[in-house]
Design a protein around this ligand. Structure first.
Ligand code: C5P
Length: 236
């Protein structure tokens, strides 16, 4: 069933999926790996579309693959597909440029975090709505973390109490993300990193174990197992 987005919603979600890793066709593109018989990108978009505040979804597809991505997602939700750029940052900027007037909260989300609960989408948006300019979902780091030399020798132990693992969706006031992208110089930095460089305060909200980035075979197996356990509108 095609999800209807909320025309009164105040949130646009950008999904950069234009990396070589998602080229359609042979080669096992990451965002098109399947769990429960459907590509990760489809799961990710379906969960975003179910979040009540979401007004617009824009997916950046590999240039030339826009129609195929549009066809893939047409049964899932009404959304916009644009051609991505040469870097992830350019793909996010292209998706941002396609957001219509209206939503003042913009979230950037990884397709590989296909099981992200809608409750997490809402809590990130809510923190921006409550006055934050930039918000990231984070989890505590559970393993001991050590700094190690290139030769594999321990240099020191990092105080993990001050460390957090960062997930998506990352949320921004629209003008803040637009300004960060207009000034962007480092294509390797994530969106919150760009905003940090602008001197903007980035706040944290609790992440979700279910928002794991599904990249390795172990994650795929885990996600397949979890699929039935995470209701679409589930809590985290
Ligand atoms: O290649 P990497 O894992 O860094 O890509 C992270 C995300 O950014 C992926 O979802 C990928 O599709 C997206 N990306 C993009 N446009 C690019 C490069 C990467 O949308 N030119």
């Amino acid at each position: 069933m095609t999800a209807q987005l909320n025309p009164r919603g105040d949130v646009a979600v950008l999904v950069p999926a234009a990396g070589a890793g998602v080229r359609l066709g042979p080669g096992g593109p990451k965002a098109l790996r399947r769990i429960g018989g459907e590509p990760l990108l489809v799961h990710a978009v379906r969960r975003i579309a179910t979040a009540p505040s979401v007004h617009t979804i824009v997916v950046a597809a590999p240039p030339g693959d826009e129609d195929a991505v549009r066809a893939l997602l047409k049964p899932v939700a009404e959304l916009t597909v644009v051609a991505g750029g040469a870097t992830r940052q350019e793909s996010v900027a292209a998706a941002l440029a396609a957001v219509p007037t209206g939503p003042e909260i913009v979230l950037v989300h990884d397709a590989a975090r296909a099981l992200t609960p809608t409750a997490l989408v809402e809590s990130v948006a809510e923190a921006v709505r409550g006055g934050e300019d930039a918000v990231i979902p984070v989890l505590p780091v559970v393993d001991t973390v050590k700094e190690v030399s290139a030769a594999g020798v321990v240099l020191g132990t990092v105080d993990r109490s001050a460390l957090r693992a960062v997930q998506t969706p990352q949320g921004f006031r629209r003008a803040v993300l637009a300004a960060a992208h207009a000034a962007a110089v480092d294509p390797l930095t994530d969106d919150a990193g760009l905003v940090e460089k602008q001197g903007v305060r980035v706040a944290c909200v609790p992440g979700s174990e279910y928002a794991l980035k599904i990249t390795r075979p172990f994650d795929l197996a885990l996600a397949e197992h979890l699929l039935g356990a995470v209701p679409l509108a589930g809590h985290h």
